[in-house]
Design a protein around this ligand. Structure first.
Ligand code: DQA
Length: 149
């Protein structure tokens, strides 16, 4: 049987992980995040398409491309989660299960990080668990896809 495909989409500035505010995000790089996802995917027997962009429009286009192609989306929208109605609309339009991930605990940070538009469409939200949050998100997404069977 063909393995389900889960898109793992990352928003702006996540390419700076490892350099960027390590006291908040830790020392792991985006390559380390991808390795965590690859290992989780092997264990769960799913395929992943791991990407990062700094562009809001590109992120919206990638979400749109998932329709009919992927079985679910794991997304760290980074700052666009707090600002982008375009991203929310795209996530609604794909009609797929969505899990939102943040490396840091956004609820312990500045008030403007406490709300995300993505949460309105997400089946679940994982934040504050560091880059391991991506592995938990993939596990949860694999369970959702299996339940939908
Ligand atoms: C983040 C949290 C966001 O508030 C921030 O804008 C990011 C990263 C996280 O993974 O903790 O860029 O999504």
């Amino acid at each position: 049987m063909k393995r389900p495909l889960i898109a793992v989409l990352n928003g702006p500035n996540l390419n700076m992980l490892g350099l960027r505010q390590p006291e908040i995000y830790g020392h792991a790089t985006l390559d380390d995040v991808e390795q965590v996802c690859i290992q989780a995917a092997e264990r769960l027997d799913v395929a992943i398409d791991f990407r990062q962009t700094n562009g809001e429009g590109e992120l919206v286009s990638w979400v749109q491309e998932c329709r009919g192609r992927a079985s679910g989306i794991v997304i760290n929208p980074a700052a666009y989660g707090h600002t982008s109605i375009a991203l929310l609309d795209a996530l609604h339009a794909v009609d797929l299960p969505i899990i939102e991930v943040h490396i840091s605990n956004i609820h312990r940070r500045e008030p403007f990080r406490h709300h995300t538009y993505v949460s309105q469409v997400a089946s679940g939200v994982i934040c504050g668990l560091g880059i391991r949050g991506y592995a938990h998100a993939l596990q949860a997404m694999a369970d959702i896809i299996e339940d939908e069977g």
